[in-house]
Design a protein around this ligand. Structure first.
Ligand SMILES: Cc1cc2nc3c(=O)[nH]c(=O)nc-3n(C[C@H](O)[C@H](O)[C@H](O)COP(=O)(O)OP(=O)(O)OC[C@H]3O[C@@H](n4cnc5c(N)ncnc54)[C@H](O)[C@@H]3O)c2cc1C
Length: 402
């Protein structure tokens, strides 16, 4: 057996898994087709990602948090509003008795912290550029065919194959697990700009007639935005010159932060919901987007994936890699958290996409109740921070700080 574990996909989730496994001294390989420094790498791009408190704790336990923190901006308040409706709701770090609700980091920066930590892990082979082109599972081993950039292929055996190859996971198909996909017919346009007024560490989420628009605090007084628009409008909006683009964005966001200016580079992502029908097969498991791809409305996809990583590490630490109970335990553990977040984000997108009068009224009542009842806010905040439900050991290591 060449490896104990082969991880298909060296994106943010696959790389984090290899780092979390390091103390267990297993023989691990990551197989990744696209180098981190390439503009085509889907995980380590210029998007701003909100890291939850649970993600912070896991990276603390892995000894990486100080390096991530250097380039991260804390979020101490979340402001939620509905375009065309009076009023807003909010969640405050002080009310939740935490120093921050989460942290915003640029994926590329997170990628370089993970990459330099990976270079110090013993017993880890990073096969890149290389991809898994076939997989075969038997009760004794998983067999992966790996094709290298020079066209040569080799067959590698391992005790556990982990699919971390994203929402369109081909390894998931190779191991016979299907997934449900729903296209939202929306695109997320992301970029950054300079608002006239400081965000003061507040993250804004505004539900507009097209879809949600997030404005996130990042370094140098700038704001990272994630603007969801309908597919039918995306091409036109992306083709606008900078001034016209800002005028439309300003119209959707309003003047809460004064005039918006100095637009950076824009990029766009199609939005889908995907959910694997199961999480494990003989000697194989799914983690991260390979298991669940969410709408970015609640900024939870990566955070949820990192909780998969922590739970899988817990199970690997507790069971022999050859014990089928390991995979069952992992699948049972993660089922609930994943289903709840898939349901929550999908429900939020549908609730706020509707322009029917009854839904809009329900929404206003919901926002009002949400803002007036601190208990409801706390529960929502706990989910947003990733602190609800059963927490893995990697996470609990830092529980005592609060
Ligand atoms: C606009 C936007 C904003 C977002 N904001 C947030 C946020 O604020 N907070 C949050 O928590 N989440 C956020 N997300 C979600 C988050 O980006 C994803 O959940 C996360 O990137 C998933 O990482 P991953 O490693 O599972 O998958 P991916 O990033 O898709 O990585 C998969 C990797 O597998 C590799 N691969 C593919 N095929 C193979 C193969 N056959 N063999 C080997 N390797 C292969 C790919 O090259 C890639 O590197 C956002 C998403 C979008 C679109």
């Amino acid at each position: 057996m060449k490896y104990d574990i082969i991880i298909a996909g060296g994106g943010m989730i696959g790389s984090s898994l290899a780092l979390a496994l390091a103390p267990l001294c297993l023989r691990v390989a990551i197989v990744e087709p696209i180098p981190r420094t390439s503009a085509a790498q889907p995980s380590f791009d210029d998007r701003s990602t909100v890291l939850s408190r649970s993600t912070q704790r896991m990276y603390e336990a892995m000894g990486l948090w100080d390096d991530i923190l250097e380039a991260a901006t804390p979020v101490t308040r979340i402001h939620i509003s509905d375009q065309g409706r009076f009023g807003f709701s909010h969640i405050d770090a002080a009310e939740q008795k935490v120093e921050a609700l989460g942290y915003v980091v640029i994926n590329r920066v997170l990628g370089s912290v993970l990459q330099s930590a990976l270079s110090e892990v013993p017993n880890l082979d990073i096969l890149c550029p290389a991809e898994i082109t076939a997989a075969q599972l038997t009760p004794d081993a998983a067999l992966a065919t790996v094709r290298h950039a020079d066209g040569t292929s080799e067959e590698l055996t391992c005790r556990l194959l982990v699919a971390a190859d994203g929402a369109r996971s081909s390894v998931r198909d190779m191991i016979g697990i299907s997934a449900n996909h729903v296209a939202y017919e929306q695109r997320a346009i992301v970029g950054n700009l300079l608002p006239e007024k400081s965000l003061h560490n507040c993250a804004y989420e505004r539900f507009t007639k097209n879809g949600p628009l997030a404005m996130l605090p990042i370094a140098d007084g700038r704001a990272g935005f994630v603007w969801t628009v309908a597919d039918r409008d995306a091409e036109r909006i992306l083709a606008l010159d900078d001034d016209s683009f800002i005028a439309e964005l300003q119209d959707a966001f309003g003047y809460r932060l004064g005039a918006l200016s100095r637009l950076g580079t824009r990029a766009s992502y199609p939005l889908h919901l995907s959910k694997a029908i199961r999480l494990a097969a003989t000697r194989a498991v799914l983690i991260g987007n390979a298991a669940h791809g969410l709408h970015p409305v609640a900024a939870q996809g990566f955070n949820l994936g990192l909780r998969d990583v922590a739970a899988l590490c817990d199970c690997i630490a507790d069971f022999d890699l050859d014990d089928p109970e390991l995979l069952q335990r992992y699948a049972d553990w993660r089922k609930d958290d994943q289903s709840k977040l898939v349901g929550f984000t999908d429900g939020l997108v549908r609730l706020f996409s509707s322009n029917k009068r009854a839904t809009r009224t329900l929404r206003s009542i919901g926002m009002l109740g949400f803002d007036m009842l601190p208990g409801v806010r706390s529960l929502f905040a706990k989910h947003t921070m990733g602190l609800a439900g059963r927490l893995p050991r990697l996470h609990a290591a830092f529980h005592c700080h609060e």
